[in-house]
Design a protein around this ligand. Structure first.
Ligand code: ADP
Ligand code: MG
Ligand code: MG
Length: 915
């Protein structure tokens, strides 16, 4: 047998289709990679006996096959596998696809591994044509319903499969236009007011539009329809908005989507039918209440589209207690089964409930934390699982500012409260509002904080949403696109604010019943916790957690969120092995770091200490001095300041370790550039203007970042580190006399060869010994280096011999390792991102394959020479969860980050230890 034939056989032997029906399924929830999230959970729900309309999932492998093999499907898919699976559905329901008397209708739904809300396409009511629509009308006894289904089907099919959907939100969908025209002509407002005859006319108009656009009639053959819809679902994986969404969410293109083909159930059969979406708990606050929205006599996306304002699930309890009980029971069963908060989609057909989707629900950071905490207390999950449940970044939302309540009240008292919408995404946002994503982006590039205001958002707006501080919509509920996406991005969102009157064309925002006109670009404030929309800017203040930690004016008992936060910090401390320090230069920052749980200072940048008050004058005098004696004189003036700074820092830190970096930046950064300032300085240090100006010009370097800086400064001018070391050791002696034991860690910057470190160490030891003798006290101290030059990283075995510790200065290491200036990278990194050159900005998240490799090698070789070499990281990356995971894996002792990142870093560290 020829090999090509063998291959075909092997391929057709592979399972591409997975059926599900009430009580059993081929797949289950663990098979997301193959079935997509939607397919896997439909199977799981069927397996646990929930009422799921029968159907089958065509696996993601078909999607990847399609893209790999240049638009061809696996052998036998359409002539054998799909018909077989369809047969099962027909048997289960006792209906036939295409049967003119009693047609089985299908939905064709996309569904990737990770949920991508609204990014890809779904087609409902597939299988309708001129004949079957009559059968459906007859069988249901409801012609209006049948024609409504047909109308919707043609619209979805026309948009998605036949390409009539406009490419951007600036153009109106041709079908919407036809529908509006008819409604206006008939003088009705809602779709539900159209009768069967109207709908039949609209269907004809739709079909005419399709013929005009494609040159072909609308396909009548249900099988042709099915093939077209399946193809369109697979193709939607690579539509533009799906690609943008994947980029933003780091979802790889090779995953592909699955395609679910499922029997239709009908929520638009009349007032005993309906459709809805719900969360098993409140997705904004995390509270343990059933939260959702529904609409009677509606289908599909009606609830989330925002065209009709949906009703709250609590209302269903009153209007239809029986359905509500079924739903509430499913809510409990799902939570018990999945042990998580779930997001569900359901449809009621003539009083009977069907489940159409479930997935782990997206939530705000606050909700994530509260739900994990509550579920742990309810015994559904243990504390380790609670830690795994929250993304470190989500903790940030608890630390984010809220409005200054006094200022907000004052604004309201002055009549600035414009409207109140739904509190869809908590937090406080203030900024200038814009109506389009593009205008928001431009304003953002001008440095403005922006609020995106839209009638409703659609996936095209995600870029603008991601740049905005807050999002405000006129239409749509708690489960609208705007609300879902905002919560996921951690943005402030007020949705469904019906009294807004948005005029995109004029760029004006009016409020119903109010005599106010706002212009695009005006300031607006959103309170995402209450849904209030307020004109003008409002100052923000510390969140509850920060208020407890930093101010201590709020008692912990009055701070329920703080209590949960605190518990998570305790759990993190219990499991993590990586220590977390802070980058801090001043005593107040150090205090904040300690309150936020910092276990030391990983980087104190001493240059910041030379700017305040008249210190800068002494510093400038030192730099401009003619000789070492002059420098020493000026340094003597600086010494008491430095000693006091270190003393304050040590005191704030108790006995926690403090790493102090010796002076690092090039000297020109301390010098004035303007003539008037130079003149003033000349007066102060008693030198002629011309001479000072000339000295400053002489100090000019072609590339100051690579010039006389770092350890080179101390080698050329040893009196600088000498003064700094004296200040450090004197301060440590004082602290010791106060009864604390501090072990300062003196860090030499920008070392590239071991000799540089040896020379600097000699200076350090000489001065330290001298000071201790003077003070008649002994203090312990360590001498180490920052590893930030590639040469240092690759000669770490040498350098380790002269160092007690290494601290990875990954900002410079990234700059030098990539040969890329951080400050200039804004010009090209966005383009780089589009080319997939870096997955994440290498200055935010460690470039694991390159710079990470330097770190790994350095850590390994350093430890081989010195087993107890202390290793840490003090670059920006120290607060980034992905980088923290990397640091954990290569065995660092600690990460150091800005004080506000400490909680995030601790949680990230705990999660590494639990992996
Ligand atoms: P998305 O991924 O955008 O949520 P879905 O595939 O879930 O898209 O489909 C959108 C909506 O279409 C669902 O919420 C549901 O209301 C409706 N729908 C999908 N399948 C069916 C079905 N078999 N019967 C009735 N309605 C359906
Ligand atoms: Mg859905
Ligand atoms: Mg550096």
């Amino acid at each position: 047998m020829p090999t090509s034939q063998l291959n075909i056989q092997a391929q057709s032997g592979k399972q591409y289709i997975y059926s599900f029906a009430g009580g059993s399924a081929d797949g289950d929830a663990s098979m997301k990679n193959l079935l997509g999230g939607k397919g896997a959970n439909l199977a799981e729900m069927a397996n646990i006996g929930l009422p799921v309309p029968p159907g089958f999932t065509i696996s993601t492998e078909v999607c990847t096959y399609l893209y790999d093999k240049g638009k061809s499907y696996p052998e036998g898919l359409f002539d054998k596998d799909i018909p077989e699976a369809l047969k099962k559905v027909e048997t289960e329901l006792g209906k036939r696809f295409g049967d003119p008397d009693d047609p089985l209708l299908l939905s064709v739904r996309s569904g990737a591994r990770a949920s991508m809300p609204g990014m890809m396409d779904t087609i409902l009511n597939l299988g309708l044509n001129e004949k079957t629509v009559e059968g459906l009308a007859e069988k249901s006894g409801n012609p209006r319903f049948a024609w409504d289904c047909y109308r919707r089907f043609i619209q979805m099919y026309g948009d998605v499969v036949l390409g009539l959907r406009p490419a951007d939100s600036k153009h109106i969908d041709p079908f919407e236009e036809i529908l509006e025209k008819w409604k206006n002509a008939l003088g009705v407002r809602l779709d539900t007011e159209l009768d069967a005859g109207d709908l039949r006319e609209i269907v004809n108009a739709y079909k005419a539009a399709i013929r005009e656009h494609t040159g072909k009639p609308f396909p009548e053959d249900p099988h042709e329809q099915l093939r077209g819809a399946i193809g369109a679902v697979f193709e939607s994986w690579n539509n533009e908005r799906a690609i943008v969404y994947r980029k933003l969410n780091h979802i790889p293109g090779y995953w592909g989507t699955a395609c679910n083909v499922q029997a239709m159930v009908f929520g638009n059969m009349g007032e005993a039918s309906g459709t809805g979406v719900a969360f098993t708990r409140d997705a904004a606050s995390g509270e343990n209440v059933f939260y959702g929205e529904y609409l009677m006599n509606a289908q599909g996306e009606d609830v989330v589209a925002g065209t009709r304002t949906p009703l709250k699930i609590a209302r269903l309890e009153k209007e239809n207690p029986d359905i509500y009980r079924q739903l509430d029971d499913i809510r409990t069963r799902l939570e018990q089964h999945y042990r998580d908060m779930m997001d569900i989609e359901f449809t009621i057909e003539n009083g009977k409930l069907f489940m159409l989707q479930c997935r782990v629900g997206k939530r705000t950071g606050l909700a994530a934390i509260r739900i994990a905490y509550d579920m742990c207390m309810e015994g559904l999950i243990d504390e380790k699982e609670a830690l795994r449940r929250i993304e470190p970044e989500q903790l940030n939302q608890l630390l984010r500012p809220v409005f200054d309540l006094g200022e907000k009240q004052a604004a309201i008292d002055r009549g600035r409260l414009l409207a109140t919408g739904l509190n869809a995404g908590p937090g406080a946002a203030t900024g200038n509002f814009y109506f389009t994503a593009a205008a928001a982006e431009d304003a953002r590039n001008r440095g403005e904080q922006v609020i995106l205001v839209r009638i409703e958002t659609s996936p095209e707006d995600i870029k603008g949403m991601s740049l905005a501080e807050g999002i405000l919509t006129e239409r749509g509920g708690m489960t609208s696109h705007a609300a879902l996406v905002a919560r996921q991005m951690g943005k402030v969102c007020v949705a469904g604010c019906g009294s807004l009157q948005i005029d995109y064309k004029k760029g004006e925002l009016r409020i119903e019943g109010k005599d106010i006109v706002l212009k695009e670009g005006d300031a607006l404030s959103l309170d995402g916790a209450t849904g209030e929309v307020i004109a003008g800017e409002i100052r923000t203040r510390n969140s509850e957690v920060i208020a407890v930690l930093a101010d201590e004016t709020l008692a912990p008992e009055d701070a329920p969120v703080w209590k949960i936060f605190d518990q998570f910090m305790r759990w993190s401390d219990k499991y993590r092995t990586l220590q977390v320090r802070a980058n801090a230069d001043q005593p107040d920052q150090a205090e904040l770091a300690v309150r936020l749980g910092g276990e030391g200072i990983g980087l104190c940048r001493t240059e910041h200490m030379f700017f305040g008050g008249d210190r800068i004058d002494a510093m400038r005098e030192m730099i401009l001095a003619d000789d070492a004696t002059g420098r020493r004189l000026a340094l003597e003036k600086l010494l008491p300041y430095q000693r006091e700074d270190f003393y304050g820092l040590f005191r704030a830190m108790g006995s926690r370790p403090v790493t102090i970096r010796l002076l690092d930046p090039p000297l020109h950064e301390f010098l004035p550039q303007e003539n008037s300032e130079i003149e003033e300085l000349a007066g102060k240090i008693g030198k002629p203007f011309g001479e000072v100006k000339k000295r400053i010009e002489n100090l000019h370097e072609f590339n100051p970042m690579l010039g006389l800086r770092g350890c080179r400064l101390g080698i050329i001018h040893p009196e600088i580190p000498a003064m700094q070391v004296r200040a450090i050791i004197e301060a440590a002696c004082c602290i010791k006399k106060d009864g604390h034991d501090i072990v300062p860690e003196i860090m030499v910057p920008l070392v590239s060869t071991v000799r540089e470190l040896e020379i600097t160490s000699e200076i350090i030891h000489k001065i330290a010994r001298r000071v201790m003798a003077e003070q008649e006290t002994g203090v312990q101290y360590l001498v180490g280096t920052m590893i930030e030059v590639p040469r240092a990283a690759i000669t770490s075995d040498e350098i380790a011999k002269a160092a007690d510790f290494f601290s990875y200065g990954t900002n410079d290491l990234t700059q030098m390792g990539l040969g890329m200036s951080r400050d200039d990278s804004g010009q090209f990194l966005p383009a780089y991102h589009n080319y997939d050159i870096f997955d994440r900005n290498p200055f935010e998240s460690i470039d694991i394959d390159g710079i990470g490799r330097l770190l790994k090698l350095s850590a390994k070789e350093g430890r081989e020479v010195k087993k107890n070499l202390k290793l840490g990281i003090c670059g920006e990356h120290g607060g980034d969860p992905a980088s923290i995971e990397f640091c954990y894996k290569i065995g660092l002792n600690y990460v150091s980050c800005s004080p506000f990142r400490i909680p995030v870093a601790k949680l990230a560290a705990a999660r590494c230890a639990l992996m």
